[in-house]
Ligand binder design. Sequence first.
Ligand SMILES: [Zn+2]
Length: 470
Amino acid sequence: MLFILLFNLIQDQWKSNFHDAEYADILKLPPQPVTSPTQPKSILKGTEQKAKQKVVRSSSLNRGVIKRTPVLSPVRANNDSPLPGIIRSRRHSIGSTASLERSLSKISLKEPAEVASSLMPEYSKGSRISSCTSVRRANSKLGVCGLENLGNTCFMNSILQCLSKDRTLREYFCDRKYKKDCKGACRLTNAFGEFMDNIWSKSEPSYISPRSVKLEVQKLAPKFVGNHQHDSQEFLRYLIEGVHDELNVVKTKPTYSYDDLDDMRDDEKARVVWERYLSRESSLIQDLFVGQLRSTLTCSQCGHASVTFDPFWDLSLPIPIKRGDVADIAECFQTFTQEEILDGAEKPTCEKCKKRRKCTKKFLIERCPKVLVIHLKRFAGQRYRTKLSTHVIFPTELDIKQYTVAKESRRYQLFGVSNHIGGTAGGHYTAYCKHPDSGKWNLYNDTRVSPATPSSVNTAGAYVLFYELM
Ligand SMILES: [Zn+2]
């Protein structure tokens, strides 16, 4: 037994000395492509989604009609929904794939990981203390704790580090408030709660294993089974939407007809659509992360404007391609909110003209979330991924006033950055996070933690940014 413990310790130490790509190389694993970049799609589900007409930027699907409520994908791209119920409705996920996913999901329950977990060193097991809250108040070193790499799982580690440093999530999970909201088995939520409890009970040089979180996420999304490298933003979406689904206080979701929105003013419509969304989706997770986006489609012929509202979990900002390898985040926001012309094969049908017309499409933020997650769209292409290595300059204090409908000041403070280093064939993820008590920044690289300065967190590797409303 002692030998096994020692062996594990040495192996962990050895692992942590290598980047994932190098590690894979040593183990003679084939290079793992980073999974295709997936942008969040509308999180509206069921009847709401059916009630809407999707405007897709694809010539083959361009029979889009400007209806009352077209879903203008808030992030300008479609994506597999992280929600398990929707996995099966994916365009390419027909019956056989779905059953394969289900069987993979079953296999994952008996992964060697569970066997391995019984051999893990004691400190990395889910040992729970009564309350990490009272302890951590007196000790701002707690939470400064590394995470074991379970084999290319740095994408997960970088996200977990950022989420763990959110004050509201810390209070909710470390104080066990989530237990009241858990009505079912809540397996993912419990795994995340245990992870939060663990990370806020430890300080470096110890590190913990996030294995149970991974096991639960891969039950929702079998693509995470195994030791492949994945997209950290995609993992984030599966994780937070998965936890939200378990904590959602709404068990029977009301359905609505959207015909009554026709005669409403835009601000009134925004409020009604938001209230209806909340009547279907309500949890602390949703309350923290979800904002509302306004999409306006304007006919160039008759000037008719079709305004729709969609919730968003994060904003995927395009990186402008220009000379020089530096861009400001303001330019990313401008690109995101600037009017886009839909012409040629992309022409939607105007509901007033009843004809396909050249239109302009524009996004603005209607409602600001408490935690603003910004995803910089560095990756393009599905089969052959390419990466933009542009250095995006972003401030530690960000005001998004200009990109909102209300044009009122909305100031955010940066508290976490998930970085992607390297190319598409075998990159590595790290995270910069600000400690919520000490305000000090650290660089989290799997098991290793090193001090950082606020000015050092803005690197060309920045991929997902976490801002909290001030
Ligand atoms: Zn028109």
